[in-house]
Design a protein around this ligand. Structure first.
Ligand SMILES: [Zn+2]
Length: 430
């Protein structure tokens, strides 16, 4: 799997100078590449012996043992219980990703909730906290202060499980530039908010040298989907339905952020130029026809409905006419917008996430019909419409997962950072 992490930029092998490398540089690059190679095999296998690793990687057993020792010393790999052998010889000891040690902390600021989640190296969600509150009209500093409390709580719970947060990634429902500045989050009313700096200042426990990065929420949810379906180089558009509607576009296994980081604003694709006004300032955007509030309004439900996806799903199952009509109309609007994406970039799968995920049984047919009717390729290259693997937790899982993915992709960088952290700890103690 070849995934570029959205949140954590780690200088890896690709950045190494291609020319005029001296022997020491070549040796270091080779070690870094082999550490990533071995760790990647352990991650994919779940459990694998040193001998199996040597066969799988083509490295000698001595080299594999040295690399494994380094990964174990850095807390990335652990020994599993020995697997009994039926034949002669000692039982072989399996190696697995460590379930204690470095972990990723994902945070999410959304319009009507805040969330925090911690993933261990295997990608298992070990801590999850959600705080429901409408964030509209609140000062960004207040929202970030609440998020910091949630982050502190999640970090403490992670500590109790023997996990140590190695990086923080924050998902926001807005446009984020390459430096983590939220340029605009229309549904929060935010402009030019430096979430990373504010969060660093607000977090209680002193942060070790961990990166705090910020990314669009739909992009992170798309990454979570990518990690959950690790088939080779998938292409899909992940449509995230909340109060806002966003999209994460994955082409041939890579998240497409756009050269300035502002791609994926499907919620502001025009459905009807003369349609209702949108918070972005334009008219007739997809968001006005298919977001959570539009669905509730069309279904005759109040905008403050708690757990709207569950309420809509239950009523749809019961055959509530207003709800079924609302879902069919929203599905048509989603299909019109998704058809543009298929025509432009040739994705073969449309993934419905957020509140749309549990409503996929009622949304998928109208989406598929509109896409089929509006795409040139539909007769010989049809698209699949399916629900996202994760529901409301997709963004925090994608955020925490991007921290974990960065460690797995470049373990040497993590090992060096861990060394620096230990040295700093020794100095401060001394
Ligand atoms: Zn708009």
């Amino acid at each position: 799997m070849n995934i570029f992490p959205a949140c954590v930029i780690v200088k890896g092998m690709a950045d190494a100078a291609p020319v005029a490398q001296n022997a020491a540089t070549r040796q270091r690059n080779l070690r870094e590449a082999n550490l990533a190679l071995v760790l990647g095999h352990i991650a994919r296998a779940g459990s694998i012996t040193r001998a199996e690793l040597a066969t799988a990687t083509g490295l000698t057993r001595v080299t594999v043992s040295g690399l494994v020792d380094e990964l174990m010393a850095g807390g990335l790999v652990a020994e599993a219980a020995p697997v009994p052998r039926t034949g002669a010889g000692r039982p072989a000891t399996g190696l697995t990703l460590a379930t204690t040690g470095p972990a990723g902390l994902g945070l999410e600021i959304n319009v009507d909730y805040l969330a925090a989640g911690v993933l261990d190296l295997s990608g298992a969600t070990r801590v999850l906290r959600v705080h429901h509150r409408d964030q509209r009209g609140r000062r960004p500093a207040r929202v970030v202060a609440d998020l910091a409390r949630l982050a502190d709580d999640a970090r403490a719970a992670a500590d109790d499980e023997g996990l140590s947060v190695a990086g923080i990634c924050v998902g926001v429902p807005g446009l984020v530039n390459g430096n983590g500045l939220v340029r605009v989050a229309p549904n929060l009313g935010w402009h030019d908010v430096d979430v990373a700096t504010a969060l660093r200042a607000a977090i209680g426990q002193p942060l070790r040298p961990v990166a705090v990065t910020v990314e669009n929420e739909a992009n992170l949810a798309a990454l979570a989907e990518l990690h959950a379906h690790p088939e080779p180089a998938p292409s899909f558009v992940y449509i995230s339905g909340e109060i806002g509607v966003g999209a994460g576009l994955v082409l041939e296994g890579r998240l497409l952020r756009g050269p300035r980081g502002y791609g994926g604003e499907l919620g502001h694709v025009t459905i009807n130029p003369d349609g209702p006004p949108c918070r972005c300032g334009a008219r007739g955007c997809l968001e006005a026809y298919a977001n959570q509030e539009a669905l509730l309004r069309a279904a005759g439900l109040p905008p403050s409905t708690e757990d709207p996806a569950e309420v809509l799903r239950t009523r749809a199952e019961a055959g509530d006419r207003a709800v079924l009509t609302a879902l069919a109309d929203a599905g048509r609007a989603l299909g019109v917008a998704a058809a543009d994406v298929v025509n432009l970039v040739d994705v073969d799968t449309i993934v419905l996430g957020g509140v749309f995920a549990p409503l996929t049984p009622w949304l998928s047919d109208p989406v598929a019909r509109e896409v089929a009717a509006r795409t040139v390729t539909s007769s010989w290259a049809p698209v699949t419409v399916r629900a996202a693997a994760l529901g409301a937790t997709a963004t925090v899982v994608g955020a925490a997962g991007s921290v974990v993915r960065a460690i797995l992709d470049a373990p040497a960088t993590w090992l060096a950072l861990a060394d620096t952290g230990r040295a700093a700890g020794r100095e401060s103690v001394g």
